[in-house]
Design a protein. Structure first.
Length: 740
């Protein structure tokens, strides 16, 4: 009991440490993923407010917009402006929509359409509808103490949502409405806030949590089984070792008594009688052998052990009962005992029934009667078997630990792959990361990852390794895994249904796993082995884990790219937006100055766009904007940057392009625009033209603001000259209707 207590305590302590390690790993992974999801929502909320602030800035810069009064847009009763309500010369009544009023209507409309609510508010509102909620009021009081923005996850009416709020500062254009409230330019007037439902994001976190619970639970169970099995085996070995030690001590004691008796007087009858009594009483086998190996005396224990009678053994030589597999022959062993005086060794002996047993021999030599060897023999066959079993158990434990370490290494590689993909900003970056990560993660296997774009009927290969030769593009029905909606095993290529997305048939077994994102096909992962090889259970489990991780990471990648697309592109024309222009123009100017290459900016404006809009409606006006955007995408170079600047204005940045080249290219686009009839779905609306101003980066126009202002001045000159023309900015004048 005392020997087993440390073993039990060690096993329990090891199990507790193992459980704590797994719980720590589980908690860290879930917390990390939850934090990343929250950051994604924060970026989405920030992008939403950036868009609204850009819209408000535009409206404020133009002093508001006049519209016809309606039930949806009645006159603003809180707007103190003598020019609020006007009547045009043709009798049309108009009311002024100021920036705050306009923002309120836009935010309400966006909330109804897309489910992302937003509002403007103030601690000192003019409109009672802008009174802040307790959360907004608390945030705005923080802004007065310092800070510009604040966001957090909250529970509201039984639902979790992410709320984000940013301070609104008084600008010069705002003082017309708010100066009488005592505000000055730069003061915090109020704030704009938004809230996003966290339900879909929490569902993603819960899905990730389930995967982590399953994987960590499996690892934890394997570890506990290994620890428990090792503890039970050590307890059994401790008990057997204790019994063996007791027997050894008893044999040593008897051997010592025998030696004392022999040292006194071998010829003494009393000693002989005592010696015979020891032979009978001992539990070990006893034998006396001459120097020639002839057996002189045995006890009954040895007779019972070997199955011979005493008479049969006394007529035999020890060489006759020694197995051939023994490392030393009987003669060599006897010579060593005589030389050393005593020896302890193990020997394999033959029983009468043919069995072979291992015995441990404690022998000593006495130079009497021509030399006698006295030996105690103990059957250790069972002990040897237990030792071998212990060695096998140790090997099994080592194998289990190696599997566990390999699984932990695989999880670490998966986490590194996930972290790398999460910081990729484009799909090509993600594909490059997968090309580097998958070969080391799926070591010893070849593979292909093919991705299906939304709405496509084919898949494109984005990652491949191990010398496999797939079709770079193949149809959805070419893969049996996609057809069946589950894993497709081809363990014996000669007797299996082979997929058609290989340039040549695989020589070894392969597996195709379809990747799904929210029930929609996202791609397929194909793993191959060499001819004659098979997939192990560990490899099958690893491949399934990698496929699940890829599905999750592809889903997250699509979500991040969609958010980035919304933040940097105009929703109508799909050109870059003004925010992207503000971020990109300084970088392009720095690159041009560093490389000594030219850079031109073009400001474009559709001629008489408002009149066209009034005549045909906003939907046709949108078609005009889209047609010009399509023409820019078609005619501009790959490195040119086309942006919708606002309304019917467009800006084009043309790196490494001279004034002459820029003028020719823009004028070609202008000529094609004015000769292309506007049509869609069988309807036509005539022709539309645009005017453009071109300016080149120079010492006088050394930053983005000056460059765009010069291009805008050239555009104004083009409008003044009669529209439908391209004018080049010159410090000393204008160049119009010809190459610069």
């Amino acid at each position: 009991m005392n020997a087993q207590y440390p073993i039990k305590f060690t096993a329990l302590l090891t199990a507790a440490v193992w459980t704590l390690l797994l719980l720590a790993s589980l908690g860290w992974n879930i917390a990390r993923y939850d934090h990343e999801v929250t950051e994604q929502v924060r970026l989405q909320a920030k992008s939403f407010i950036d868009k609204d602030l850009s819209f408000r800035s535009w409206a404020a810069a133009h002093g508001g917009v006049y519209v016809q009064p309606s039930a949806k847009s009645p006159p603003n009763p809180y707007l103190k402006n003598p020019g609020r309500d006007v009547v045009t010369t043709d009798g049309m009544a108009l009311t002024l929509i100021n920036p705050a009023y306009m923002m309120r209507q836009v935010l309400d409309d966006y909330s109804r359409r897309f489910g992302i609510s937003g509002r403007i508010t103030s601690l000192n509102p003019i409109n009672p509808a802008n009174v802040p909620s307790p959360w907004e009021a608390d945030a705005m009081r923080r802004f007065q103490e310092g800070g510009e923005e604040f966001g957090e996850r909250v529970e509201y009416r039984g639902k979790h949502e992410f709320r984000y709020i940013r301070a609104l500062h008084i600008e010069q254009s705002c003082l017309s409405c708010h100066a009488d409230q005592g505000y000055r330019e730069g003061d915090i007037r109020g704030a704009i806030s938004t809230s996003i439902d966290m339900a879909p994001y929490e569902a993603s976190v819960w899905s990730f949590t389930q995967v982590m619970l399953a994987s960590h639970g499996g690892i934890w169970l394997i570890g506990l089984l290994a620890i428990g099995g090792s503890a039970r085996w050590q307890q059994r070995q401790a008990s057997k070792a204790a019994r063996a030690e007791a027997q050894a001590l008893e044999s040593e004691r008897l051997y010592h008594d025998l030696k004392v008796q022999q040292a006194v007087d071998d010829a003494d009858r009393e000693n002989a009688a005592r010696f015979n009594a020891v032979m009978v009483a001992t539990l070990d086998s006893f034998v006396i052998v001459g120097r020639d190996g002839q057996i002189v005396e045995v006890n009954q224990v040895l007779c019972d052990l070997l199955g011979y009678t005493r008479k049969e053994l006394l007529a035999m030589n020890v060489a006759e009962i020694e197995a051939k597999e023994s490392p030393l022959g009987a003669r060599q062993q006897i010579a060593r005992i005589v030389e050393r005086g005593r020896d302890k060794f193990e020997v394999l002996v033959l029983c009468k029934d043919g069995r072979k047993i291992t015995v441990e021999v404690n022998a000593c030599y006495q130079p009497i009667e021509g030399g006698r060897i006295y030996g105690f023999m103990r059957d250790i066959t069972e002990r040897k078997r237990l030792e071998q079993a212990r060695e096998l158990a140790n090997e099994d434990l080592k194998v289990a630990m190696r599997i566990l370490e390999a699984h932990q290494a695989e999880l670490a590689q998966l986490n590194r792959m996930s972290a790398t993909i999460q910081i990729c900003r484009t799909r090509p970056e993600a594909w490059q990361a997968l090309n580097l990560a998958l070969p080391s993660l799926l070591e010893g296997m070849s593979g292909v990852l093919a991705i299906k774009k939304a709405g496509a009927t084919h898949l494109e290969v984005v990652a491949q390794w191990g010398g496999v030769e797939p079709e770079s593009v193949f149809a959805v029905h070419d893969c049996w895994a996609i057809r069946t909606g589950g894993p497709h095993w081809a363990l014996t290529p000669n007797n299996a249904m082979l997929c058609k997305h290989f340039t040549r048939a695989p020589e070894g077994p392969y597996l195709c796993l379809p990747l799904f994102i929210q029930g929609e096909l996202a791609g397929v992962l194909t793993i191959l082995k060499r001819a004659g090889q098979l997939f192990s259970d560990q490899e099958k489990r690893l491949i399934a884990t990698v496929a699940e991780s890829l599905s999750l990471e592809l889903s997250n990648l699509d979500m991040r790219l969609a958010l980035h697309e919304q933040a940097t592109h105009d929703g109508l024309t799909r050109l870059f937006n003004r925010r992207y222009l503000n971020e990109t123009l300084p970088r392009e100017i720095a690159r041009a100055e560093r490389g000594g290459t030219p850079l031109c900016a073009v400001m474009m404006d559709i001629d008489r766009f408002k009149t066209f809009n009034d005549a045909h409606g906003h939907e046709v006006g949108d078609i005009v904007l889209q047609q010009l955007a399509d023409l820019l995408r078609e005619k501009l170079r790959r490195g040119d940057i086309a942006c919708r600047y606002g309304g019917e204005e467009f800006v084009v940045i043309m790196p490494d392009s001279s004034l002459d080249d820029t003028f020719r290219r823009i004028d070609d686009i202008r000529q094609q625009m004015q000769t292309t009839e506007l049509r869609r779905d069988g309807q036509t609306w005539g022709w539309v033209s645009f005017s453009a101003g071109v300016a080149q980066l120079s010492e006088d126009l050394s930053d983005g603001g000056k460059l765009l202002k010069a291009a805008d001045q050239a555009l104004y000159q083009a409008k003044k000259n009669g529209r439908n023309q391209v004018v080049v900015y010159r410090a000393g004048g204008w160049r119009n209707g010809e190459q610069a």
